[in-house]
Write a protein that binds this ligand. Structure first.
Ligand SMILES: [Zn+2]
Ligand SMILES: [Zn+2]
Length: 222
């Protein structure tokens, strides 16, 4: 039988065989790669998890909440360390689609939480990006999980966010639109929480449709 290879580092996966894991699905990433996804460190804002340095309250939250209703909850799974950066780049930048299974694997402990929502929405990709990459990166991850996904958001193309200042980003038109009826409790899934503007924009259009709770789960936060 072929040795299984880690989907991230391509090294053979070796796992000690116990009765407890005999019937579990085979590992898709090695233990070293799994351990390289690190938890957030340091003192963090209890709401958005930004690293707080000599601050009592979070300036990101203060700024964002002047313009948007706060999200009901924000969860960040891991730190945006060099390893996470590289894996996200390989997935989104180089389009290594098999890594979607790795991200799905990282969500495995959150399945019952995800199933408790009326719908889980993968942050959509603009048509332009979809053409370049060939797949919608967040939807592809959710396609590997037994959760109630909903495709009810569409996103129009917009300027490259990293080239804009925070104020310029805020002045942009909300790039999201709701394409089918949605209500109840919604969970948004995205890859990285940076300024948070993307998920706040998505929450804004959902709430305008009568959604009462919007929670956010992302894989990493710088
Ligand atoms: Zn590995
Ligand atoms: Zn905050």
């Amino acid at each position: 039988m072929d040795r299984l290879k880690c989907l991230v580092c391509l090294q053979p996966v070796s796992e000690p065989l116990f009765l407890s894991n005999y019937f579990s699905p085979p590992r898709i990433i090695c233990m070293e790669c799994e351990a390289a996804f690190e938890q957030l460190q340091g003192q963090r804002c209890p709401h958005c998890h930004r690293l707080l340095v000599d601050e009592k309250t979070c300036s990101d939250c203060r700024f964002m909440h002047q313009y948007f209703k706060p999200l009901d909850r924000i969860q960040i799974l891991y730190d945006y360390n060099d390893f996470m950066k590289e894996v996200i780049h390989a997935y989104k930048g180089r389009g290594d689609i098999k890594l979607a299974r790795v991200f799905a694997y990282l969500l495995r402990g959150h399945l019952s939480y995800m199933k408790s929502f009326d719908a889980v929405i993968a942050l959509p990709t603009s048509d332009e990006k979809l053409k370049q990459r060939g797949f919608s990166q967040m939807e592809e991850i959710l396609s590997h999980l037994p959760v109630p996904c909903s495709r009810c958001l569409t996103m129009s193309s917009r300027l490259k966010q990293s080239e804009l200042t925070k104020k310029e980003r805020l002045k942009q038109v909300n790039p999201f639109a709701v394409s089918r009826p949605v209500d109840g409790r919604i969970l948004l899934i995205d890859d990285i929480y940076t300024t948070g503007l993307t998920v706040h924009h998505a929450a804004e259009v959902l709430r305008a449709q009568g959604v009462h709770t919007v929670e956010v789960l992302t894989f990493a936060r710088p």
